[in-house]
Write a protein that binds this ligand. Structure first.
Ligand SMILES: C[S@@+](CC[C@H](N)C(=O)[O-])C[C@H]1O[C@@H](n2cnc3c(N)ncnc32)[C@H](O)[C@@H]1O
Length: 225
């Protein structure tokens, strides 16, 4: 079956949209430096022009396969699946592409999950948590300007493993990540802090949004302090 790599000549001209064929994706991901990172549960990838996920979907497949080989028991494997997923980030400017990107990532995770675990081992919580991670890690926005379609800063979550089976989620602006700033104050939830009638206070320090450490399968609850 031939792959569709172009949606329209106009889109190629306007936004340089040409999707990468699977053969090329495989060739690039087979490079030794990349392979070493794929075969790591914690090495992160950011696709700054993600399209519909040609690279991210294949990275996810390979990381899940590594997680399967790496884990000693079912619980560890389920946690490692979510950890592997949490290391993949994407930014894409076009709304329809982001929708496909999110769907392709979610379907890939779900398909591999169902193939790997028998029905009585499966947990709906894992799939719900996977969807939360995918939504948090795939941003619609302009990588060059570091903002979303509405002009707000692009925000990404760090998913830091805590102990054997927990994770600590912390949000950072993409800008802070690129500039190498620390976590404190890197996420500015101004929209949450100000009501329509509040006078903006010059001294208001932006508050970093920090989530409670939870088990990987409870990420979907999105519990904050
Ligand atoms: C050459 S395509 C590659 C897509 C995907 N990486 C692949 O290999 O199939 C470039 C993608 O970048 C997106 N894009 C263009 N300008 C962008 C920007 N400033 N920020 C984020 N995405 C952008 C386009 O919409 C398009 O989907």
């Amino acid at each position: 079956m031939s792959e569709k790599i172009i949606k329209s000549a106009e889109r190629v001209k306007n936004i340089g949209e040409v999707f990468t064929p699977k053969k090329t994706v495989d060739f690039m991901l087979n490079q030794p430096e990349i392979k070493a990172k794929v075969n790591s549960l914690t090495a992160t990838f950011l696709e700054p022009s993600a399209g519909e996920g040609a690279f991210l979907v294949e990275l996810l497949r390979r990381k899940l396969s590594f997680a399967t080989r790496q884990s000693k028991d079912i619980n560890e494997m389920q946690n490692n699946f979510l950890l592997a997923l949490s290391t993949l980030y994407g930014i894409e400017i076009m709304e329809d592409n982001v929708e496909m990107l999110v769907m392709n990532m979610a379907n890939t995770f779900r398909d591999v999950y169902f193939k790997t675990f028998k029905s009585k081992e499966q947990s709906q919580k894992v799939l719900k948590s996977a969807n939360v991670i995918i939504s948090a890690n795939m941003a619609q926005g302009d990588t060059l300007k570091r903002v979303t379609a509405t002009g707000d800063p692009i925000i990404f979550s760090e998913w830091k493993p805590v102990g054997k089976n927990k994770v600590q989620r912390t949000e950072y602006t993409f800008d802070a990540i690129v500039e190498g700033d620390g976590p404190v104050g890197s996420v500015c939830n101004k929209a949450e802090q100000l009501s329509l009638f509040d006078e903006p206070d010059e001294n208001d320090e932006p508050k970093p949004k920090k989530y409670l450490p939870v088990k990987w399968e409870d990420v979907y609850k999105q519990l904050t302090n």
